[in-house]
Design a protein around this ligand. Structure first.
Ligand SMILES: Nc1nc2c(c(=O)[nH]1)N[C@H]1C(S)=C(S)[C@@H](COP(=O)(O)OP(=O)(O)OC[C@H]3O[C@@H](n4cnc5c(=O)[nH]c(N)nc54)[C@H](O)[C@@H]3O)O[C@H]1N2
Ligand SMILES: Nc1nc2c(c(=O)[nH]1)N[C@H]1C(S)=C(S)[C@@H](COP(=O)(O)OP(=O)(O)OC[C@H]3O[C@@H](n4cnc5c(=O)[nH]c(N)nc54)[C@H](O)[C@@H]3O)O[C@H]1N2
Ligand SMILES: [Mo]
Length: 728
């Protein structure tokens, strides 16, 4: 029974996790841990269930062309020739009439590896096509990516750390980071559990009692959504007023701390004391002070912020403060400490990757605003009018903000094409759907989210039905449009992979292909360690050569204060509850939303604290209406004390399913989010969304709710063996 190394290659927080697939009679029957990767670097539930995706009964296996109105879901099967001819003709028409930038590049995060990377593939194709409109910022970390260059200069891109350095931390602060479920590096979960075992203090700051809290935390500090900046300022207040700041470190490594200090002490008339913060974030003043003291005493302390804390109103501020905190406590750039920046900012080993040429014509618009760009175009002040949308590895309609606006946008353009495995809401709103090969059906090199290693997978099984790899699809399309040779450079997918390995630092390619893993020599990297050790000799590339805690450049460019400040989110009395839309442990974003086994694992429901339910006459299992100005959903409610009062939780990624009144019956998180974005970064806001909940007229209908969210279709094969795998 042959087994081969594989990995998912999805934008899942791991991106490259070491797995082994067993192949029997041309089918993958089991996925297990790849022992060559050792004990820390491990896969998760999602990887062990890869076959559920490949062998799902509703997988699209032939090209489809729309027959009903757009969004109606009516399609007919077509030959590859017909579907590709039609796509090439439509794209060429749009280009001839409006210019190439009239095509919006919606390359998503479906695949992230060296060759079959949705974003790079589509950008390469469209650059050679003549240009496109590019979405900037993305949904993951746009606010952080906006602000970090002001603090750290170009060095922000190397400000992370290797997961193995968690073994040196005395305290690990997971600030809005649920790493046992979102990973943030495939080695992070096991390293965290190990740290817990050896007695490190593990503090989790999160409005939910997550699995990370339950399994790893020694201290859970529940705080209100989007109030982290206030809590951080109050921690600084304690450090300053109790003389716990590492003054020598601050002096040598940062500029502008004095300005922040004045603000914290109240030069605007308000001291940012724990008592002040308690009223905002709900954490008792005494606990804030206790936390600040423990933090300053633990050496080294590692602060790992989730991306969540910047996907909120004024999301630019929290990452300025996580960095200020690590500087103030002298943990910045130390082994077992961290810079306070995103942890996944370190280079991966040298290896070839699909080149993306410069596009001759390029328009740029902020990702979160993509529906507005289509709906308003130049007349609305945007730089371009969009006439075609190209989705590749993206469930754009479901995963961007404001689904109803996104529907209106997709209805407006002349042409929409998607490469997909499934009839996602976005595919449904397309004119042509091109069936894509799944992860197990493609050879590739895995580039990790975090870590100094690479993975290899051969094609474990050939594509099912008529599915083809995105590379092959685009090559064919490029040939029809007259640039096939430029696109492929004459290389098949396998030849590109071979070429990438030849360009790499891997010294034993045969072992890489056989074991599926290459470890680079250095495994304990600490971002900005040289600067931390000797700031005079290794200055940062910022105006002061130091961490710019006050950034005049930022103030000049944006008109916002040079130092991080507390900006209270606007209140709307109609919507007193705060919605949180985190990742599901069982899905990568919207992937798996259609798969019965996965839905059964995580019956989808709105989570709510019993206090909030009682005041609204709601009981566990009731059907409720969740609503705000953006939209409405009818959904089952699950009461839990694992969430603080005032906050409700709806995991992101469930496919929208509108009834004839335009209400969502599935509970898709982006029915409620807005395309407005933060200021000044125009980054998405997906946590801390103002909503209200009311009981629907027929209470109790969903007492057996843990079945309505599931699916009644017969289970797909293979089943039991996959589901038996433990996750993490
Ligand atoms: N299972 C799974 N893991 C994933 C992904 C996935 O799809 N599925 N996607 C990956 C991708 S692409 C990304 S960008 C990352 C994103 O990673 P994150 O943005 O960090 O993930 P979230 O689940 O949104 O939030 C993490 C935790 O923060 C908490 N939280 C939310 N808002 C706040 C807040 O205002 N303050 C505080 N203190 N806590 C808050 C949530 O309750 C949640 O437990 O995850 C990656 N990991
Ligand atoms: N409310 C809310 N919304 C969010 C978030 C949130 O926290 N809350 N998180 C945001 C974040 S961080 C991100 S990164 C985005 C992600 O948003 P998207 O990039 O849209 O990610 P997915 O939902 O995973 O969609 C990927 C699609 O690619 C398809 N696919 C998988 N493999 C392949 C392949 O090999 N080829 C092709 N052609 N297709 C493939 C899958 O079937 C799936 O439909 O979502 C964002 N949306
Ligand atoms: Mo993301």
């Amino acid at each position: 029974m042959p087994s081969v190394p594989v990995f998912c290659g999805k934008d899942c927080g791991g991106n490259a996790c070491p797995l082994i697939a067993t192949v029997e009679d041309g089918r993958v029957t089991c996925i297990a841990h790849n022992p060559a990767a050792g004990r820390y670097l491990r896969g998760c539930w999602r990887g062990y269930n890869l076959p559920l995706e490949t062998y799902a009964p509703d997988r699209i296996l032939r090209p489809l062309v729309r027959t009903g109105s757009r969004g109606s879901g009516r399609f007919r099967e077509a030959s590859w020739d017909e579907a590709l001819d039609l796509t090439a003709r439509k794209l060429a028409e749009v280009r001839a009439r409006y210019g190439a930038t009239a095509v919006m590049n919606r390359g998503g995060t479906g695949t992230t590896s060296a060759l079959h990377a949705s974003g790079a593939l589509l950008s390469r194709f469209l650059a050679l096509f003549g240009g496109y409109t590019r979405l900037t910022g993305g949904y993951s970390n746009a606010a952080a990516a906006f602000i970090l260059p002001y603090l750290l200069g170009d060095d922000w891109s190397v400000s992370g750390w290797d997961a193995s350095t968690m073994q040196f931390a005395q305290m690990i602060i997971l600030w809005g980071a649920n790493v046992l479920e979102t990973r943030q590096g495939a080695e992070v979960p096991q390293r965290l559990l190990q740290a817990r075992k050896r007695g490190a203090q593990i503090v989790v700051i999160d409005p939910r009692r997550t699995n990370t809290v339950k399994r790893a935390a020694t201290w859970w500090i529940p705080c209100r959504l989007g109030t982290d900046a206030a809590l951080m300022l109050a921690v600084l207040y304690v450090l300053i007023s109790e003389n716990l700041v590492d003054r020598a470190f601050v002096e040598a490594h940062s500029s502008g701390f004095d300005q922040l200090e004045q603000y914290v002490l109240g030069n605007d008339g308000q001291a940012k004391s724990p008592q002040w913060a308690e009223g905002i974030c709900g954490v008792p003043a005494e606990e804030i002070a206790r936390f600040a003291r423990a933090y300053s005493a633990a050496k080294p302390a590692m602060l790992l912020p989730g991306f969540s804390i910047q996907r909120v109103f004024a999301g630019e501020e929290p990452f300025r403060l996580t960095i200020a905190l690590q500087v103030a406590t002298g943990n910045f750039g130390k082994r077992g400490g961290s810079t306070g920046s995103m942890n996944n900012l370190l280079p991966s080993p040298r290896v070839g990757r699909l080149p993306v040429p410069q596009a001759p014509n390029l328009a740029e618009v902020p990702a979160v605003r993509w529906p507005d760009v289509i709906l308003q175009g130049r007349a609305g002040g945007y730089v371009v009018d969009i006439h075609a949308v190209y989705n590749l590895g993206a469930n754009s309609l479901n995963q961007g903000a404001d689904i109803r606006k996104a529907m209106a946008a997709l209805a407006k353009v002349d042409f929409v094409v998607s490469h997909e495995l499934f009839m996602t809401p976005t595919a449904r709103w397309s004119d042509v759907i091109l069936p894509a090969a799944s992860s197990l059906e493609k050879e590739d090199i895995g580039i990790p989210w975090l870590g100094n290693y690479l993975l290899y997978k051969p094609q474990a099984v050939p594509p099912l039905g008529q599915a083809r790899s995105d590379y092959d699809i685009l090559w064919d399309l490029a040939t029809r449009l007259g640039f096939g040779q430029d696109f492929s450079q004459g290389r098949s997918a396998a030849e590109w992979v071979q070429h990438f390995i030849e360009q790499s630092e891997i010294t034993d390619p045969e072992a890489f292909r056989r074991t599926g893993i290459y470890w680079a020599p250095e495994q304990e990297r600490v971002g900005l360690a040289q600067f931390a050790a000797d700031p005079a000799r290794f200055p940062l590339r910022t105006p002061s050569g130091k961490v710019e805690i006050a950034s005049e450049a930022y103030q000049r460019a944006t008109g916002f204060p040079a130092i991080p400040t507390w900006q209270a989110p606007p209140q709307d009395g109609r919507y007193p509850l705060c919605l949180i839309t985190p990742k599901s442990p069982y899905r990568t974003h919207s992937q798996g939303s259609n798969i019965a086994e996965i839905r059964k694992r995580a019956a989808h429901a709105l989570e709510m604290h019993p206090q909030d339910a009682a005041s609204r006459g709601i009981s566990d299992g009731d059907r409720v209406c969740l609503y705000n100005d953006q939209g409405e959903a009818i959904i089952a409610v699950r009461l839990t004390e694992d969430i603080i009062p005032g906050v409700v939780c709806l995991p992101e990624g469930v496919w929208v399913d509108l009834d004839d009144q335009g209400r969502d019956r599935a509970g898709s998180a982006n029915m409620f989010t807005s395309t407005e974005g933060t200021r000044p970064g125009i980054a998405c806001v997906m946590h801390g969304v103002a909503v209200e909940v009311r009981r629907e007229p027929t209470p109790g209908l969903c007492r057996s709710l843990w079945h309505i969210a599931g699916d009644t279709r017969p289970p797909t094969e293979p089943t039991a063996r996959q589901l038996a795998r433990p996750h993490i």
